[in-house]
Design a protein around this ligand. Sequence first.
Ligand SMILES: [Zn+2]
Length: 403
Amino acid sequence: MSVSLRKYPYPYQAMLAICSDLDETPNKEIYFETARYLNTTEETLLGKGVGLEVGNTIYFEMPEHNFSYTNTDDDGRKKIQKLIQSGHIDCLHSFGDFVNDRAKIEQYWSEIRQGERKIEVWVDHAQAPTNLDNDIMQGQGAESGKAPYHSDLTVKTGALPFIWKGRVTSCVAQNAKRSYRALFNKKQIKASLKTITLEFVKGWLARLGNQKYAMHQANKVLRKTQLIDGTPVLEFLRCNPSWGGVSMFDSARGIHQVLTKSVLDALVANAGCSIFYSHLGKIFTEEEPFQEKTRQAFELLASFTHNNQILVTTTRRLLGYLRASEELCFTTKETTSHVHIYITTIASEGDLQGLTWNIPSDKEPVLWVNDEIYTNITKNTYDENGVQSVSIPWLDLQFPNIN
Ligand SMILES: [Zn+2]
């Protein structure tokens, strides 16, 4: 057999990130306890943690009772900085509702970039003036000459390569054939058929030349595009595979309708990857933020990870992995005893993590990265098809102590 790149890190068959916008998170306790619940196996306010790898978003000036960098206290800000450094706050969710001038943008931009690890993902929020999309999301962040213009500082410099501009699909499993089956709900036939029809129509509109739904039709997480001022970006697509449509069950109060066995089975069966669109700060009550059904949904997801089916990671890491694997060029050379894999890449070491090549079982692998031997590799045990592979190990993020 010849050498080939696996779609996902060994031994997983699919990948998923939960990309939660922090809208309406009522206080700092719930913001940080949610992170602990998702990323550790400790007892938390939301229940016993599920030990996944899930990031979060952050923004600045917001109305009262909305957790944000400026609405919280010094202790909250210290913890935010810690979680940016550990990779668990990985997306900037605009600069916030009330940020509308350059001085504040520059101040907040440097505020979140003090540490070694930087936020590299931007997610447009509601109607925030600094949004980068001027169409669906009505922002002016990329309109040169306007007060909230900032893409010259934040995007053109290369600091924010990954941008979300408002696009959500109903289909689970991107980077795979479009599949509607998981949307069908036999208890909600009429509503679920409406959602399926709507998604189907978007695909046809795109085929007829409609630009708004081009990403839905292509069904790929990433596409190369540009902002209004011409700045090249990688735009990403999120999904909310809810039978009620993309704007239903997009919060903690509805995620049990989305993280279901049929949705997760479809993700695996299609060998897809998905970035889920949600708002985990929109909780049930401050006393019991998640209900039993919410916990069961996250435990179900964790069981797919423990069964080596779905690798769950942060939005930033999933995007970095996809970019690295899509841009990767490699050549190989086989000797009687060894198989040499040569890659040339500009990706960071972190983004190369998880890359896996299937190799002939009788050969020892040697990996070359940019003309140097890369010693940190793992030869994997045979997979379910009896195929041997070699990986750059995928290392979990370490959740910091924020108590
Ligand atoms: Zn938002």
